[in-house]
Design a protein around this ligand. Structure first.
Ligand SMILES: Nc1ncnc2c1ncn2[C@@H]1O[C@H](COP(=O)(O)OP(=O)(O)OP(=O)(O)O)[C@@H](O)[C@H]1O
Ligand SMILES: [Mg+2]
Length: 134
C-alpha cells in the first residue's frame, strides 16, 4: 500500500468547507471515482467538517490517496483540539445532538464511508478518519 499526502486544509469557516468539498471532489475524480461515490465521500466529508468547526472550534483535514495493486481509495482525517467527546457511543447515535442539529452527521458519515474511526479525548480534541475505496 502506498499512501501519498495530497494536502492539508484548514477548517475554520464555511468558505473552508466549500474549498474542502471541491478538493475532495477533485481528488475523487482524479482517482476515477464515479459520480455516486464522489458524492458519498463529499457528503460524509461535509458533515465531519461542519462538526470540526461547530463543536471542535475549528481544525484541519488531511487528504491522502491510498493506492495498492488491487484498489484506489481516499483517506480523510479531520482533527481538532476542541473539547472532545465524552461518550462516543452516544455521539454516534442517530438523533443525538448536544446542539440544535438533527444528530445525523456522524452516523451518516459512517454509513457513507467504507471505514470510519473516531478517537476523542475530553479536553484534548477529536480525530475522525474515514476511507472510501473506488
Ligand atoms: N469534533 C467534535 N468535537 C466535539 N464534539 C463533537 C464533534 N463532532 C461531533 N461532536 C458531538 O457529537 C454530537 C453528534 O454529532 P452529529 O454530527 O452526529 O450531530 P449534530 O452535529 O449535532 O447534528 P447534525 O450533524 O445532524 O446537524 C454533536 O452534537 C456533538 O455533541
Ligand atoms: Mg454534525
Amino acid at each position: 500500500m502506498s499512501e501519498s499526502q495530497a494536502k492539508t486544509l484548514m477548517l475554520k469557516t464555511s468558505e473552508d468547507v466549500v474549498r474542502m468539498r471541491q478538493a475532495v471532489r477533485e481528488l475523487a475524480i482524479e482517482l476515477g471515482f464515479g459520480l455516486v461515490d464522489q458524492t458519498k465521500l463529499v457528503t460524509a466529508a461535509s458533515e465531519l467538517a461542519r462538526n470540526t468547526i461547530q463543536y471542535g472550534g475549528g481544525g484541519e483535514v488531511a487528504l491522502e490517496t491510498l493506492i495498492n495493486s488491487a484498489r484506489h481509495g481516499i483517506c480523510l482525517t479531520f482533527s481538532d483540539q476542541g473539547p472532545g467527546i465524552a461518550d462516543i457511543d452516544l455521539a454516534m447515535k442517530d438523533g443525538y445532538t448536544s446542539g440544535t442539529g438533527l444528530g445525523l452527521g456522524l452516523g451518516g458519515a459512517k454509513r457513507l464511508s467504507n471505514e470510519f474511526h473516531i478517537v476523542s479525548a475530553v479536553g484534548v480534541g477529536t480525530r475522525v478518519i474515514i476511507k472510501r475505496w473506488r
